[in-house]
Design a protein around this ligand. Structure first.
Ligand SMILES: [Zn+2]
Length: 288
């Protein structure tokens, strides 16, 4: 429903139909952009959470010139911005819908692209970051991350990094007690260095670890799952995740899903101290 983005005949539609379409857009919960850094490199995929499928957000070279003005705003009064991922990126094809090449069924279909342009709606869309060594590693160089004072392009209003405009940010947490980086301390330190520099920020979703090989599958596949359990951005509140995750007491049903949200709540409290009260910080599970 989110494409095509421009509909010139809209004013000629009957008022009831126009009202219906406006209501749909008002309730639209946006696209989720997944940036995942693994040992294989950085992967980008987008999910249209309304229809639970792959979203076409990648702009071709021709389109970046034809449909976008010099300031990266789309021509034709649409609300989307054009963002650029520098360096190498692996992108999925429609045939292989997955959040990352790590979970893809046909990884050989993923293409390597340099300097990727993506359509991003700051008002609706969620940026979901999952890093192998650091929550921000899909975005920034790790050496810059370690020096909190040196994030020169993270300055709003100066044509700086597009990331400062993000309003809804989801961060994948590591599994509790694995001892793998980032530990809670590292993670909280990174967040304190970066998030207060994001003036548009409204939501931070701390996403608890879910075993990709879980016998029960993602929460939306559970028999007890109901869409009404999800929040405004289609995340599952962590209390629901823990309470409703099926028991692993049957032979062969053991999984490594994180059903202890203690560390996540620690990060949440630390963040709430460093962020304005207007920013909502919640611990959630990803139902997709
Ligand atoms: Zn599980």
């Amino acid at each position: 429903m989110r494409t095509p983005r421009t509909f010139h005949l809209f004013p000629r539609l009957p008022p009831e139909l126009r009202a219906l379409i406006w209501t749909f857009h008002k309730n639209s919960r946006g696209i989720r952009h997944h940036l995942v850094e693994s040992e294989h490199g950085r992967h980008y995929a987008a999910i249209d959470i309304e229809v639970d499928t792959y979203a076409r957000t990648i702009l071709t070279e021709a389109k970046t010139h034809a449909h976008w003005d010099g300031g990266g705003r789309p021509k034709g009064l649409e609300g989307d911005a054009k963002v650029r991922f520098v360096g190498d990126n692996y992108v999925s094809e429609v045939e292989d819908f997955a959040k990352s090449v790590v979970t893809a069924r046909h990884p050989q279909l993923w293409r390597r692209k340099i300097s990727l342009y993506v359509r991003f709606n700051y008002k609706w869309d969620v940026l979901f970051l999952a890093g192998r060594t650091s929550c921000f590693s899909p975005l920034f160089s790790l050496s810059l991350m370690r020096v909190a004072g040196r994030l020169p392009d993270l300055v709003a209003g100066t044509g700086g990094h597009w990331f400062v405009n993000v309003q809804h940010l989801a961060l994948q947490l590591q599994r509790t007690g694995t001892g793998s980086t980032p530990g809670t301390g590292t993670m909280a330190g990174e967040l304190d260095a970066v998030l207060p520099r994001m003036p548009m920020l409204k939501d931070v979703f701390l996403v608890v670890y879910r075993d990709p090989m879980c016998h029960w599958g993602p929460p939306r596949r559970w028999t007890v799952f109901k869409r009404a359990m999800l929040d405004g951005q289609n995340f599952l509140p962590v209390a629901e995740f823990i309470a409703r995750h099926p028991d692993g007491d049957r032979v062969g049903t053991f999984c490594e899903c994180d059903l202890d949200d203690g560390e996540a709540k620690g990060i949440k409290s630390s963040l709430q101290r460093s962020l304005p009260a207007s920013v909502s910080v919640t611990v959630v599970a990803d139902p997709y």
